[in-house]
Design a protein around this ligand. Sequence first.
Ligand SMILES: C[S@@+](CC[C@H](N)C(=O)[O-])C[C@H]1O[C@@H](n2cnc3c(N)ncnc32)[C@H](O)[C@@H]1O
Length: 266
Amino acid sequence: MSEVVSIGKVPWSDADIRESFAEFKALYAKRPIEDNASGMRAPHAFGTWFMLRALQPDLIVESGVWRGQGTWLIEHACPEAELICLDIDFGPLSYRAPRAEYREEDFQIVDFSDRDLGNALCFFDDHQDALMRLQQMRWKGFRRAIFEDNYPKHHGDCYSLKKMWGGHGLQPPEPARQGWLSRLSGDAEAPKPGIAPNLTHRAELMAQLATYYEFPPLFRTETTRWGDVWSDAEFPTKDPILGPDVEDDLRAEAKFYTWMCLVALR
Ligand SMILES: C[S@@+](CC[C@H](N)C(=O)[O-])C[C@H]1O[C@@H](n2cnc3c(N)ncnc32)[C@H](O)[C@@H]1O
């Protein structure tokens, strides 16, 4: 069964993406955190900046801030937007956006009922299950989101849209490798339940989503970050923005691509 990499339309082309790469590089060279270990690197930093700049939401809720590099990119892409930054632990924060509101809370318990969400967007980089986040978004009145942790089958710690499209379910990682998924419960040792392989969630995504758009990778390498052969059969992927012969210093960050996606609910 084929996996889905696009539903609906986005207001840009691959040529637009390619043309804006030089502008992104000039900005990325000024990033506040040079080595954003455990956070976004060039392929997703570019996707975040590019998509937000094109969409211009007037409210952005960033869930999963880490040291703050994503916040900095969001600010540059959308200088007029209101910004709410959520994390369950702001201890590692090193870049703080002057005009953002910081709340050490999970998205599910934040009350957005007094806000106009008509042109809002959620940016999830918090390693939580995408199915749960989509349901919470619907409940609260959000229509659009970017999911950064869109891991393919058998990889990553959360239930991603990419896993749902493939019907793979979620094999829970061993407790030692559960990372941020386990931190919401506050009990790092508690085993996390898995999700059985199923096609129910794929059908529900088809019914619920007006847009699903995987941002293309900047580069493609022979193997993924986990060492698997990066074939289209195993890891359906759009063509890279830069071909194999293009030399670029950011190629060193190529393997940090995890199929980040934009979604809009119907
Ligand atoms: C991969 S990091 C985010 C990286 C960041 N977007 C960047 O590019 O620099 C994941 C973050 O999610 C946070 N996190 C974990 N569970 C969370 C939750 N339930 N709500 C919000 N943030 C959460 C972690 O504390 C961590 O800071």
